[in-house]
Design a protein around this ligand. Structure first.
Ligand code: S3P
Length: 173
């Protein structure tokens, strides 16, 4: 890819609720860059919430829209901070586009700390609804496989969002 390193989009990946949106906004502010949250962008374009899109159009439809949007952003934009939905990166084409055009940063939170957040995020995450804690843990572990394909990893346990954002920012300086 011929995009100079300093102009590449920074792509934040990681499991649902690890803070991709919060961190992305902070990093964007620190670097004076635009921030794009893929889920928010999809909601805006459809004038529907993510749970409503899942319910009315189905997950396959959502995955297609998500994939096309991310590939478009990766190939046609620069200098942005982009946060992906937690499942987007499971699609090989998405991984390829992000890894070849952007700088991919994995926000890594341990299961022990993540599960404390579950009550506050479950209501608008269709994939967590009606699952037992065991099943959610399985999903959490499975996805690590995909997230292991990154350029940088930031371990976020015990860190406040400002500190995480500073670490992300320093990766590209
Ligand atoms: C999903 C994660 C969500 C959202 C959708 C599906 C997933 O994004 O895209 O509910 O499959 O992990 P967040 O990672 O921002 O919660």
């Amino acid at each position: 890819c011929n995009i100079p390193l300093r102009e590449r989009n920074i792509v934040l990946i990681g499991f649902m609720g690890v803070g991709k949106t919060t961190i992305g906004q902070l990093v964007a502010k620190k670097l004076y860059r635009d921030f794009i949250d893929v889920d928010q962008e999809i909601e805006k374009r459809h004038q529907m919430s993510i749970p409503a899109i899942f319910e009315q159009m189905g997950e396959d439809y959502f995955r297609k829209v998500e994939r096309e949007l991310i590939i478009d952003l990766c190939t046609n934009t620069r200098l942005k901070i982009i946060s992906l939905g937690g499942g987007a990166y499971l699609q090989e084409e998405v991984r390829k586009a992000c890894l070849s055009h952007g700088i991919v940063v994995f926000l890594d939170l341990s299961w022990e700390n993540w599960k404390e957040r579950l009550p506050s995020i479950v209501h608008d995450r269709p994939l967590l609804k009606n699952k037992t804690l065991e099943e959610i843990k399985e999903l959490f572990e499975q996805r690590k496989q995909a997230y292991s394909q990154h350029h940088y990893r930031v371990a976020t346990d015990g860190l406040d969002p400002e500190t995480v954002a500073t670490r992300v920012m320093k990766l590209i300086r």
